[in-house]
Design a protein around this ligand. Structure first.
Ligand SMILES: [Zn+2]
Length: 246
C-alpha cells in the first residue's frame, strides 16, 4: 500500500452510507465476513486479502481440504457433509482456531463462514482475548434473497477445489471442466432454485443472532452488496481503513 493511501485513510471521515460510528480502531487485524452466499463477500475477501496480505480463511475450504485426506478426522467430517449437516461447533471451533495459530494469521486474517453460531463466536472471542486481540471489523455484505437466488442458480462450483464460475458472467474456459484442477463441473439444475431459496432463508435465520452479537460489540459494518462493484469495494476499503481509491 502506498504511503499516500495510508495518509488518505487517516483523513477519511465516516461516509454516510455505512454504519462505522462505533468502530474504535483503524488498526485492523482480525476481520469477520458475514453474509449470504452470492452477496459478494468471497470476492471482497479475495481482494482484501491481496491488498493486506491477511489470509482468507474460509471454513468451507478447511473442511474441503480435510475431506481429501484419508484419516479418521476426514471420515468424520465427510459423514456430516454426506448427511447434509453442519459440522458441529466443537469440531469446527478446534479446526478453525488451529488454523488461526499458523504464522500467516498472526498479524490479521479474514474469516469467512466462521463463526456460524453464537457458541463459535464466543469461542473465537475467548481465543483472541487470550492473545490480547479482538475482532476489529465484522463486514456484513447483504442482498435481497430473490436477487441471490438468481445469482446462485447460474453459479457453478468445482466439487474438487471449490473454484467458482458463473454460467452467465464467468464461464470456465472448457465446458464443464474446472480451469484450475481439471475436475468435471456439475451444472445446477433449475429445480434447485427452490432449494437455494430455502437454504438462504435458513442462512438468514442463523445469521441474525451473529449480526446482533457483533452490532452490540460495535464491530458490525453492513454493506449493500447490490451496489455497483466499485462502490462496494470503496465501502469495504473505508471500513477496513484501507482508504478510498477515489
Ligand atoms: Zn477445480
Amino acid at each position: 500500500m502506498a504511503a499516500e493511501t495510508k495518509a488518505e485513510a487517516k483523513a477519511t471521515n465516516a461516509p454516510d452510507r455505512m454504519d462505522i460510528r462505533n468502530l474504535k480502531t483503524r488498526n485492523i487485524g482480525p476481520v469477520i465476513l458475514l453474509g449470504p452466499p452470492g452477496a459478494g463477500k468471497g470476492t471482497q475477501a479475495k481482494r482484501v486479502s491481496a491488498i493486506t496480505g491477511f489470509p482468507h480463511i474460509a471454513s468451507g475450504d478447511i473442511f474441503r481440504a480435510i475431506q481429501r485426506e484419508d484419516t479418521p478426522l476426514a471420515h468424520k467430517v465427510r459423514s456430516f457433509y454426506d448427511r447434509g449437516e453442519f459440522v458441529p461447533d466443537e469440531l469446527t471451533i478446534s479446526l478453525v482456531l488451529a488454523r488461526l495459530e499458523e504464522p500467516d494469521a498472526k498479524r490479521g486474517f479474514l474469516l469467512d463462514g466462521f463463526p456460524r453460531t453464537l457458541v463459535q463466536a464466543a469461542a473465537l472471542d475467548n481465543a483472541l482475548t487470550e492473545e490480547g486481540r479482538k475482532v476489529d471489523v465484522t463486514l456484513y455484505v447483504t442482498a435481497p434473497t430473490e436477487m441471490l437466488v438468481d445469482r446462485i442458480a447460474s453459479r457453478i462450483i468445482c466439487p474438487n477445489c471449490g473454484a467458482i464460475y458463473n454460467a452467465a458472467t464467468n464461464p470456465p474456459r472448457l465446458d464443464n471442466i474446472c480451469d484450475k484442477c481439471g475436475h468435471a463441473l456439475e451444472r445446477r439444475s433449475d429445480e434447485e432454485a427452490e432449494t437455494v431459496r430455502t437454504r438462504l432463508e435458513a442462512f438468514n435465520r442463523q445469521t441474525e443472532p451473529l449480526v446482533q452479537y457483533y452490532r452490540e460489540r460495535g464491530t458490525l459494518v453492513q454493506i449493500d452488496g447490490t451496489l455497483p462493484m466499485e462502490h462496494v469495494e470503496d465501502l469495504v476499503d473505508r471500513a477496513l481503513g484501507l482508504g478510498s481509491r477515489r
